[in-house]
Design a protein around this ligand. Structure first.
Ligand SMILES: [Fe+2]
Length: 188
């Protein structure tokens, strides 16, 4: 495969210093790199900014730009898009870790939503960083290769029904379930 893994996903932040504090203290990420430029390296456009990187255990990063002279929302969020849509999800190693993180973040005063079960595929909690970016901590709850293969096989069918109807009113007719899809059970 051409693409080996995530290197970084980048977003605009309101304030680089508060962003460093949040990602290192709340989530325990490593603040590994900061680049300062007056001009955007790729386009040459004048935009004094700082670009900061936070590393996860696997070497991937989440990154931010504080660019105060650029127009628009300093958070980089589109105010017309519902707040739950754009988000960044970090994977954790177990449900125990997820629950402990929720407890820890709530004790530090953060509002945390969840745990939410997504289709018996992953379970997640949600919260916002200081710029208003929605973040997710998630754990894989399905590790069964048969079930994972079933998810993969049904994905084009789920998409086909969406393309046809743009809602899920026909889900039960097509998949036999009001809430999910047609899948073999783990022990089938
Ligand atoms: Fe997500």
């Amino acid at each position: 495969m051409l693409c080996k893994k995530l290197h970084h996903a980048a977003f605009r932040c309101r304030d680089a210093a508060e962003t460093v504090k949040f990602y290192t203290e709340m989530l325990g990420l490593k603040f590994t790199h900061a680049m300062g430029e007056d001009h955007v390296p790729s386009t040459g456009k004048y935009s004094p900014h700082v670009h900061i990187f936070f590393e996860m255990e696997d070497g991937s990063h989440i990154a931010f730009f504080e660019c105060p002279k650029d127009p628009g929302e300093t958070s980089g969020r589109d105010p017309a898009t519902p707040g739950w849509i754009q988000h960044f999800a970090f994977e954790v190693d177990s449900m125990e870790t997820l629950l402990a993180a929720k407890q820890d973040m709530e004790a530090k005063g953060l509002k945390v939503v969840g745990v939410t079960n997504h289709d018996d595929f992953i379970s997640s909690i949600y919260f916002f960083d200081p710029s208003g970016h929605r973040l997710e901590l998630t754990v894989r709850t399905c590790l069964d290769p048969v079930q994972l293969r079933a998810y993969e096989e049904e994905a084009p069918k789920v998409l086909a029904l969406w393309n046809e109807t743009r809602d899920w009113s026909q889900r039960a007719k097509v998949f036999g379930s009001q809430t999910g899809y047609s899948r073999p059970t783990a022990d089938a």
